[in-house]
Unconditional design. Sequence first.
Length: 105
Amino acid sequence: MYKNSIKGINKKIKVQADSGYQGIAKIHENSETPKKRSKKNPLTKEEKANNHRISQDRILIENINAKLKVWKIMAEKYRNRRKRFNLRISLLCGIYNHELVKPKD
């Protein structure tokens, strides 16, 4: 799926993916994924520290994705007109951002 959508991603953009995208470095040179361990090859301290740094960078966007999945538009198959998908995603992101900056009573 990523190979089909790579055409729209600028090569200057840094991609931080989870460990499921291990081969992404062959396709997109400006990418970063955590290193997997195996029984025969445990991770070094440097690799563990690098994995921790990557996860700290990714946690904010993962939490936002989880909040947006409440509206089911990102969690399920989109069945409406494709040309309105970006508008609807932008509206949901706007609602989420409004909740973030809403003054506390």
